[in-house]
Structure formats: C-alpha cells, structure tokens
Design a protein around this ligand. Structure first.
Ligand code: AMP
Length: 283
C-alpha cells in the first residue's frame, strides 16, 4: 500500500491503474478511522480492483466554533487499519496544498443541502461538495462509498455527481453501530462516561419510533414526538433537530406512506451526534 500526501503522485498512480484497465473504488474520510470507515473500505474492495482512501480533515466543512483543531488525527494507525483491509493507496494531502493560493472555486448543491444539518451548519455542505469534487478530480474513481450515517451527505453527493455528470457510482453503506446501538463516530471519543451511557438512548429511541411506524402509525408528527419523549429523561442529551424527510431529496414529509428517513441531531454535552433510520412501511 502506498501512502502519499502528493496529489501529483496520487493522480499518477490512479491514472496508471486506469490505463491498465483496473477499476478504482474510493473512500473519502477525515481519518480517526473506526469500524464504520472499515466497512466502507471493505465494500469498495469487494466492488473494485483498487481501493483509494483519502484522509483529510477538511477545514472548509467546519464552522468557526466547531472542532477543527481538536478533531482526532491518527494517520499512522489509520494506515495500518486500511492496509490490513487491502487498500492500495492512502492519499493524505495537507490543507494548504488542497486549498493552494488562488483557489477560487466552490461547489454548492442547493435544496437537498438546505435543511437538517445544512440549516444548523451553515456552509458545511459547500465544504463537503467542494472537497469531494477536488478529490474526485484527482482520483477519478469508478465508484465512491459513503456511509448512511451521514444520510444527507449521501443525498447531496449523489445530486452533485448527477448534476455535474461526473460519471461516478455512489454506493451508500449501512450504519455500523456499537453493541448498544450507538452509531460509530470519530466524535464518540469526546464523550464522558455518563454522556456515552445516555447516548445509546438515541438509537433506541430511533428504533422504537420506527417500530411505531411499522406497526401502523402514519403520522410523522407522532413518530417525531415519540423520539422526543424517549429522550426526555436523559438530562445530558439535547435534541437539535428531529425530522422526517424523503431520503433522496431531504424534503420534509408528513406521513409514512412512502419511504421516510427519520433523521436526528442530538448534543450529548458539547458533542454533536447525528443518527437516522430508514422507515419503509408497507403501503
Ligand atoms: P468522516 O471521516 O466522519 O468524514 O466519515 C467518512 C465516511 O465514513 C463518511 O461517508 C461517513 O458517512 C462514513 N461513516 C462514518 N461513521 C460511520 C458509521 N458508523 N457507519 C458507516 N459509515 C460511517
């Protein structure tokens, strides 16, 4: 496995593979890799001849009061993990090389980026789409794998790839969870013992709210309320949003008659956690 911070080297390696007729699967990450990321690498490797993992804590997707400086950086361990899984290239560029002086382009996807996390993290998705467009341009993958943990990100990237005719297949991978249901996240390591204990309530509440829909409840208002009520006794948790949306457009929906994504953002102390569940009631 090759590790490089040079975009020229990364682009050349990928171009050589393409010239040999080898397909490329790409997994963009911010590092501090866990089993969630590993599942994406496995999925990429099952569908492609070569797997490229990028590790880049992208400054432009963090707000001014967010955790850019404290975000965990564990490059060596990350490389060991993806090497074991058969990745062929880790591309870990420096921020000033990605955004070299004169960089003037932003990719912005409207509508699908507007609600949910987009409403509370202004500019976040512009940072995500811009960096993904840059990384896609360097790697030029056949497919890229993203986790459903960030369901809105999946929808935004799909929209960008479709609108810009980038010709990259976007694969959405299922959420990997701890044994008590908490969705794995690099930010879980910020949690205190008590916050970590209460955080498992988020996935339990999502599952119970989804079960309510599966047993016949059609009103999204009732389902969202069930989620809120389930968190009422967790004094360290504060709900930022709970929404029911169409999983492709992220437009709000009122009934569970079609596929509905129940998506939430919850603060556990100062740490912002997101999670979601897809509800597919029988019509
Ligand atoms: P990040 O490093 O947080 O930018 O995440 C990189 C990729 O890993 C994104 O596509 C995430 O959706 C995905 N990911 C993060 N956590 C999980 C998880 N628990 N299960 C599946 N995918 C995940």
């Amino acid at each position: 496995m090759i590790v490089t911070d040079s975009e020229q080297s990364a682009a050349k390696i990928c171009a050589d593979w393409r010239a040999e007729g080898l397909s490329i699967g790409f997994v963009p990450t911010m590092g501090a890799l866990h089993r969630g990321h590993e599942s994406l690498v496995e999925l990429a490797s099952s569908s492609s001849d070569r797997v490229v993992v990028s590790i880049f804590v992208n400054p432009s997707q963090f707000g001014p009061s967010e955790d850019l400086d404290s975000y965990p950086r564990t490059l060596e361990e990350d490389c060991n993990k993806v090497r074991e899984l058969g990745a062929s290239l880790v591309f870990a560029p420096k921020a000033d090389a990605v955004y070299s002086s004169g960089f003037s382009t932003g990719v912005s996807v409207s509508n699908v980026s507007d609600g949910l996390c987009g409403a509370f993290r202004r500019g976040h998705f512009d940072g995500v789409t811009t960096v993904c467009a840059v990384l896609f341009g360097i790697v030029r993958p056949d497919r890229a794998v993203f986790g459903m943990k960030d369901a809105q990100q999946v929808a935004v990237i799909k929209r960008m790839v479709s609108d810009l005719r980038l010709g990259i297949e976007i694969i959405a991978a299922p959420i990997v969870r701890e044994s008590d249901g908490l969705a794995l996240s690099s930010r879980n390591q910020y949690l205190s013992f008590e916050e970590r204990q209460q955080a498992s309530t988020i996935s339990t509440a999502l599952r119970n709210a989804s079960d309510l829909a599966l047993s016949g409840e059609k009103s999204c208002k009732v389902i969202k309320n069930a989620f809120l009520v389930a968190l009422e006794h967790s004094d360290l948790l504060r709900v930022q949003y709970v929404e029911t949306v169409d999983p492709d457009t992220m437009i709000g929906v009122e009934t569970t008659e079609k596929r509905v994504l129940l998506a939430v953002a919850v603060f556990a102390g100062k740490t912002r956690l997101i999670d979601n569940i897809l509800i597919e009631s029988e019509v």
